[in-house]
Ligand binder design. Structure first.
Ligand code: AMP
Ligand code: MG
Length: 327
């Protein structure tokens, strides 16, 4: 098969990224620019404005870093689903404009699926239970009969959003996950609710309770520690159930929350105890980036897929709605 060079463009939420990779999986460039706030959460319209403002410079930088120009690019891949609608639209506009201008083939991919499949590129995992914990998403999945089946998931907000929401409640700014991890180092356990329902999880009530306790003068450090211990124990319990149920022997942690050392430690211990192998996507690739979008584009393109220049976004496409045509 001919070697392809793909420009991937990511922009479903806070991060706008552009990456150039080859069909062999060589990463030639990976440039990102993240929308952040000092106080309060992500405002979709502002994040989209951020994407529009920096898209040209991020893409130019990505080409330069890869030492390529548009003549070298065979394919443009972009994240078309799921995500914040204004951000998806801004990203789509950039991708379509470039595809038209430079007469390139275009593929729109599912961001969540790109996280999953690129996990196999970044690690040695072959057929794992996927633990996908990002800002908006929390899903435990396995590839069964050409679909990523969702074995368990959050019934309200994603694990990252739960941490960010709690962080907002105790005035940490966005993203709060890393700050909570830091504060938790000096904390002690205080009791919080624990809500696992079969293989599903809910986080909102716990965040509310922890925020209320902050108003009652509980220590920030103790609450950060306890929120982490509680939410991560819940997740670990569900992953163990998924491993037992599917009899799979590997677990792969993906998504921005995978940066958390305590979560990695808990999952590692559980996997070791039941003889499963634990993989963790390298920190650099655990969160949103465009390498995974480029990789997913190559996988789908090589399986014969190509999208029209009229392709639209889908802000709520679920992981199990996409047929896995590339295995
Ligand atoms: P993503 O949507 O995959 O880019 O992930 C972003 C989410 O990861 C945000 O909700 C962050 O708060 C969270 N996050 C990033 N670093 C950490 C960390 N060290 N501990 C916990 N959560 C984190
Ligand atoms: Mg993500």
């Amino acid at each position: 098969m001919k070697e392809l060079i793909c420009l991937g463009i990511e922009g479903t939420a806070h991060t706008f990224g552009a990456s150039i990779i080859t069909s062999k999986g060589d990463i030639l460039s990976d440039v990102r620019d993240m929308y952040t706030t000092k106080k309060g959460g992500i405002i979709p319209q502002d994040a989209a404005k951020h994407h529009k403002e920096i898209s040209n410079s991020v893409i130019e930088k990505s080409l330069k870093e890869a030492n390529k120009n548009f003549d070298d690019i065979n394919l443009i891949s972009f994240s078309r689903a799921p995500g914040l609608a204004p951000c998806l639209l801004a990203t789509k506009d950039v991708a379509i404009r470039l595809a038209k201008e430079h007469k390139k083939d275009l593929i729109g991919v599912n961001h969540a699926i790109a996280h999953l499949t690129s996990g196999l590129l970044f690690t040695e995992a072959k057929d794992p239970i996927y633990i996908y914990v990002s800002g908006a998403n929390t899903q435990i999945l396995a590839l069964i009969d050409k679909r990523f089946r969702i074995l368990g998931e959050t019934l309200d907000i994603g694990l990252g959003n739960a941490l960010d929401k709690f962080g907002r409640g105790i005035e940490l700014g966005f993203p709060a996950g890393p700050k909570i991890e830091e504060l938790a180092k000096d904390g002690e356990y205080v009791e919080l609710p624990y809500t696992v329902k079969g293989m599903d999880l809910t986080f909102s009530g716990i965040v509310t309770e922890a925020t209320n306790k902050f108003r009652k003068d509980y220590k920030k450090e103790d609450l950060c520690f306890s929120v982490q211990e509680t939410l991560f124990s819940m997740l670990t319990e569900v992953v163990e159930r998924a491993l037992a149920f599917t009899e799979k022997k590997e677990a792969l942690l993906i998504g921005g929350v995978a940066a958390n050392k305590r979560l990695v430690e808990m999952l590692n211990i559980m996997c070791k105890e039941r003889g499963a192998k634990f993989y963790n996507v390298p920190l650099r690739y655990s969160g949103d980036q465009a390498v995974m979008i480029a990789w997913q584009g190559i996988l789908e393109y090589n399986s014969g897929k190509k999208d029209s220049l009229n392709i639209d976004i889908d802000d709520s496409q679920r992981t199990d709605q996409v047929e896995v045509i590339w295995n």
